[in-house]
Design a protein around this ligand. Structure first.
Ligand SMILES: NC(=O)c1ccc[n+]([C@@H]2O[C@H](COP(=O)([O-])OP(=O)(O)OC[C@H]3O[C@@H](n4cnc5c(N)ncnc54)[C@H](OP(=O)(O)O)[C@@H]3O)[C@@H](O)[C@H]2O)c1
Length: 250
């Protein structure tokens, strides 16, 4: 079921930068009452100045941060789980705390926020939960833990959809390819491929918001990446061999 956004209370995580900051601008243009979270207070302030959105600085990798975000936006009608971090390199190069932290931010936080906000949505008989996963959910070499977090998020969303659709609640999963944001610089490895070309964050944000308005179950950004995911699903061995040959999967 699609969600008409005008006047809706929206909680957007990871709104201090990149896709989230661009999404905040689109949501405010649509007339939403918006709460934006992140850790970077300067980034949040810039978004607040541009949009008038309310902001909350909190670390979603901590129980305390999660609780503060859930308390602040307990009556959100739309929850957009967008915050996420990358990590690039061989698995053995990753420390245990880095593994835990990535999974906490990319997987535990959206699961927990959804669990905490769902009762109010159910009671109202209306609500929309969005998960920003990634095309990496199909498996990408050098990003094993990141890819696993995004695949798990996709599966969580698909499972949740069985539980709550029909009760006036909708689940949308967004699987971007490459989007021009500080994500790559932060994970320590720039995006160096010429194909697929990077999407501007504004375009990704507009499509994310349209998916909410339409009530789409899953969207890929750009849309043709859907074919890559289907191909991987039908012929995983061939997909892997092609990935090795073209450098996508080591
Ligand atoms: N860019 C791409 O090509 C791409 C592709 C596929 C999927 N994605 C996904 O899209 C989402 C947005 O990424 P982006 O590209 O916009 O990257 P970005 O510019 O680095 O933004 C990431 C956002 O997540 C927030 N965040 C990270 N760690 C956090 C923590 N511990 N607590 C609270 N907030 C935290 C950041 O806020 P603070 O720094 O203020 O904490 C920031 O607002 C992520 O889930 C990412 O995995 C991106």
């Amino acid at each position: 079921m699609g969600t008409a956004l005008r006047g809706r209370t929206v909680l957007l995580t990871g709104g201090s930068s990149g896709i989230g900051a661009a999404t905040a601008e689109v949501l405010v243009r649509r007339g939403c009452d918006l709460v934006v979270t992140g850790r970077d207070e300067q980034g949040l302030n810039r978004v607040a100045e541009r949009t008038g959105a309310r902001t909350l600085a909190a670390d979603l990798g901590s129980d305390e941060g999660l609780r503060r975000v859930a308390d602040r936006a307990s009556h959100a009608e739309v929850l957009i789980n967008n915050a996420g971090v990358g990590w690039s390199g061989e698995l053995e190069a990753m420390t245990g705390p880095e593994v835990h932290r990535l999974l906490a931010v990319n997987l535990t936080a959206p699961v927990e926020l959804t669990r905490m906000l769902l009762p109010a949505m159910r009671a109202r008989g209306r609500g929309h939960v969005v998960f920003v996963s990634s095309i990496a959910a199909v498996g990408v070499g050098g990003e094993a833990v990141y890819s696993a977090s995004k695949a798990a998020l996709r599966a969580f969303a698909a499972s949740l959809r069985y539980e709550i659709s029909g009760d006036g609640l909708t689940v949308t999963t967004v699987l971007p390819g490459a989007v021009r944001t500080p994500f790559f610089q932060r994970r320590g490895l720039p995006y160096e491929r010429s194909f697929p070309r990077m999407l501007p964050a504004e375009k990704a944000a507009e499509q994310l918001v349209r998916a909410v308005e339409r009530g789409s179950e899953e969207i890929f950004l750009p849309g043709w990446l859907d074919l890559a995911a289907r191909f991987q699903g039908v012929l995983p061995g061939t997909f892997h061999r092609l990935g090795r040959r073209f450098g996508q999967v080591r």
